[in-house]
Design a protein around this ligand. Structure first.
Ligand code: URP
Ligand code: ZN
Ligand code: ZN
Ligand code: ZN
Length: 478
């Protein structure tokens, strides 16, 4: 059945205007004023924005890590995402040395099929590059539509790959049209700092942060950029937390390099003092890279505002406080890293960003949705509101007030990292390809309704088409 969204304010990364949106066959079929509603279900969006659905470029659903498995799987995780205004997630398919890449991808399909309530794609982790993995990648890009690879520069003896692997991944990505993502921290040195701390009897959660200083994030970010320049390739730095890393990215972009960066809601709103909470509560705030001193937050906001960082990922990686985080009660290095953020990413960016005057509405849409669609080969099917685009839409009440809490969230974990934080604005209804997933704040979706997304190859021109026409580089584009 057709749907007609009436009386809303349509906001994209470039425009904001009053219009009706007609949806037919899961796609936006018309945008205009006074559209004919004959035969359509009418949805009144008075007083609300209509945004393109959020795209979360960084999730870890149903992921084994630190001797346990993340609490939210593709069902609970995507339900929570939808409540929060997100209609697409791109999850990290883990691989391990010696396991064929195809079988890792099949494992991820098995985790997600029949479960996801919104559309989803995969990034592929690269743990080693040898002749065999190298020969598989072109076909994986072509048939699976996996056009982004992730290399970990940290988590020594677990996920960490060496610089040679990163360099070869950058080369193959350039040749075949993929984007290389890095977790940028110097894992070798961190490993030594952790051993030194534990040998000195320092086992509390705060030592997680103290053994991962921001200098080592800046160093690894710079090293990844150098390798990207040598390989003449393209790089996306995940979860940027600090001034050192943001500056490296900005400087690379100024030189015209194809370097992009993401930050996460926790780094914009929480700081390192959270790890000092008593009774082991600091473990709830253990992410890698760690939360930083508060002054870094303003640097990250500035980088988002000026377009030097392009996206906001949740880095959803949820573990219960009781029964999972407490694996590290007597050794901070055994605390599973990560937190529950998939549901609150969109609202935090709106409230802390738009409502507090740090970014514009258009920048909000760009950061929460459009830039990820462009970087990861989903635009213009996803990431905007245009005739022919998927009707992935969020009807958002910008005046609603609510308080983040584990009591009311839909993630399957026993705490909320933003507990007690007041936010302005709330998704009221969320549609995925024209079907309600959230209707008047109630979940009405269906596990398995989410479709796997085969993504297009990396296309630099998608990121700055106007500059390309003018023969300019993408410097400072937004
Ligand atoms: O602490 C984090 N970020 N956990 C998830 C894994 C990763 O490094 O992204
Ligand atoms: Zn309704
Ligand atoms: Zn990471
Ligand atoms: Zn992550």
């Amino acid at each position: 059945m057709k749907k007609l969204i009436k009386n809303g304010i349509v906001a994209t990364a470039t425009d904001i205007y009053e219009a009706d949106i007609l949806i037919d066959g899961g796609i936006v079929s018309a945008i205009g004023t006074g559209l004919n509603a004959e035969g359509a279900e009418v949805i009144d969006a008075s007083g609300c924005y209509v945004f393109p659905g959020g795209i979360d470029p960084h999730t870890h659903l149903d992921m084994p890590f630190g001797g346990t498995v993340t609490k939210d799987d593709f069902e609970s995780g995507t339900i929570a995402a939808a409540f929060g205004g997100t209609t697409t997630v791109i999850d990290f398919c883990l691989t391990s040395k010696g396991v064929p890449l195809r079988s890792a991808i099949e494992t991820w399909h098995a985790k997600s099929e029949g479960k996801a309530v919104i559309d989803y794609g995969f990034h592929l982790m690269i743990s080693e590059i040898n002749d065999e993995t190298l020969s598989q990648l072109p076909a994986i890009i072509a048939d699976e539509g996996i056009t982004s690879f992730k290399v970990f520069m940290a988590y020594k003896n677990v996920f960490q790959a060496d610089d040679g692997t990163l360099y070869r991944t950058l080369k193959v990505a350039k040749e075949h049209g993929a984007l290389v993502m890095v977790h940028a921290e110097n894992g070798d040195v961190i490993d030594i700092l952790i051993a030194e701390a534990l040998a000195a009897g320092n086992t509390d959660p705060i030592y997680h942060a103290l053994t991962r200083p921001s200098e080592l994030e800046g160093e690894a970010t710079g090293r990844a950029i150098t390798l990207t320049e040598l390989a003449d390739s393209q790089l996306y730095v995940v979860h940027v937390t600090c001034a050192e890393a943001a500056e490296k990215i900005a400087e690379a972009r100024k030189r015209g390099l194809n370097v992009y960066g993401e930050t996460c809601p926790q780094y914009l709103t929480l700081d390192v003092t959270a790890l000092e909470k008593p009774d082991f509560e600091g473990a709830k705030y253990v992410w890698s890279p760690p939360l930083r001193e508060q002054w870094h937050q303003e640097k990250l906001w500035n980088a988002l505002r000026s377009g030097q960082l392009q996206t906001l990922g949740s880095d959803q990686c949820s573990f219960d406080f009781k029964g999972q985080k407490d694996l590290g009660i007597s050794d901070f290095s055994k605390i599973p890293n990560g937190g529950p953020t998939i549901e609150d990413r969109f609202s935090i960016l709106y409230s802390e960003g738009v409502a507090k005057g740090r970014i514009s509405i258009n920048q909000f849409v760009d950061i929460v949705s459009t830039s990820s669609a462009k970087l990861f080969g989903l635009f213009p099917k996803k990431g905007t509101i245009a005739v022919g685009s998927d009707a992935d839409l969020v009807i958002f009440d910008p005046t609603a007030q609510r308080v983040m809490s584990a009591e009311t969230h839909h993630m399957k974990v026993d705490y909320n990292a933003f507990e007690g934080m007041s936010v302005t604005g709330e998704p009221v209804s969320v549609l995925s390809r024209g079907e309600f997933v959230i209707h008047d704040k109630q979940f009405v979706g269906k596990p398995g309704a989410g479709q796997y997304l085969r993504r297009s190859r990396f296309n630099q021109a998608a990121l700055a088409p106007a500059n390309k026409l003018r023969g300019l580089s993408n410097v400072g584009s937004r």
